[in-house]
Design a protein around this ligand. Structure first.
Ligand SMILES: [Fe+2]
Ligand SMILES: [Fe+2]
Length: 319
């Protein structure tokens, strides 16, 4: 089998440096960083207005301030729940398969990096679950709304159901996890830089973002080693599925917002969503695919990936 170094340039030193700094940089290693001294301020939004795709729609603007604030609160809760789903059902299983099946006995630093990332991700789940419970208590919310999973996650489930071999199902999750890990920073930046929202909410995003900056670098290197360790059939499958994963992340997804509006009793929910879908105003760059573009080029599969790698202008919540 060819080695990783022969196929692509793997930055082994970068991974070693990030591993060594883990105990200083990782949120899980300093849990006290997750607390802010500023008290909850009920007048501040839980979620940025600019990340609500229909915020400027006249029918939405005509709602009471209280109702608009509730939509932001449930948008924040929905974002957290989708993040938990992505960590628990996509990223963690995928990282575990990479660590246990696609790294060999001579890939120690890459294995070490995956174990550190898995610990980080488990802590992110705890941070986001705590954020949901804290928000429910602060806003004195009653029963939870019934919020649908993201279209991205549903597409992965549908793809896995079509696949007969367990290794293919695992590989599908790996490609979705690779895309998630190497493109999520742009969205977390938006939340982490927003000084208008609850300080505690902003901090959750900032701390998660800091870890993900390291993950995106590490995973790009691990992906090269993993790809080098694959059999030709697996490489071909990885390349094909990576295109599907990329298009699943840019699929339009207003399902969470529609559920929130209709369950909060907004009569024009349908109209607001339909008109927003058409106009796509209030668009913001939600994901940055430049790292994935670079990875595809490094793997020598750039020409086979059917995807426009330019930054996505989208306005729906990303998970
Ligand atoms: Fe994470
Ligand atoms: Fe991550």
């Amino acid at each position: 089998m060819e080695t990783a170094i022969e196929i692509v340039s793997v930055d082994h030193q970068l991974v070693i440096r990030l591993n060594q700094a883990w105990s200083k940089r990782a949120t899980v290693c300093s849990p006290a960083k997750a607390d802010v001294s500023e008290a909850f301020d009920p007048t501040r939004a839980d979620y940025p207005e600019r990340l609500v795709p229909f915020f400027h729609h006249p029918a939405f603007q005509a709602l009471s301030e209280e109702l608009k604030s509730s939509v932001l609160t449930w948008g924040w809760i929905g974002y957290n729940l989708r993040t938990v789903t992505a960590e628990e059902l996509v990223v963690n299983p995928a990282l575990s398969v990479i660590a246990n099946q696609y790294l060999g006995p001579d890939d120690w630093h890459f294995r070490e990096a995956m174990q550190q990332a898995l610990i980080d991700e488990h802590y992110h789940t705890l941070m986001h679950l705590r954020a949901v419970e804290r928000t429910r208590a602060e806003r004195k919310l009653g029963a939870m709304l019934d919020l649908p999973p993201s279209v991205t996650y549903l597409r992965l489930k549908a793809l896995q159901q079509e696949l007969s071999e367990p290794w293919q199902q695992d590989m599908a999750a790996i490609t979705f996890a690779v895309v998630a890990e190497i493109s999520v920073n742009a969205f977390l930046d938006l939340l982490a830089d927003d000084q208008s929202i609850q300080p505690q909410n902003r901090l959750v995003a900032e701390l998660h973002n800091r870890d993900e900056y390291a993950h995106s670098k590490v995973l790009a290197e691990v992906a090269k080693v993993m790809y080098a360790n694959m059999q030709p059939e697996q490489r071909a499958f990885f390349t094909r599925t990576l295109s599907q994963a990329l298009s699943a992340f840019v699929a339009q997804d207003y399902s969470m917002w529609e559920a929130i509006l209709s369950q909060l009793g907004v009569e024009q929910a349908r109209q607001i969503i339909d008109e927003t879908r058409e106009s796509n105003r209030n668009a913001t760059i939600m994901r940055d695919y430049s790292g994935l573009h670079r990875l595809a080029e490094d793997l020598g599969i750039g020409a086979q990936i059917d995807f426009d790698f330019r930054p996505t202008l989208k306005s729906e919540a990303a998970a």
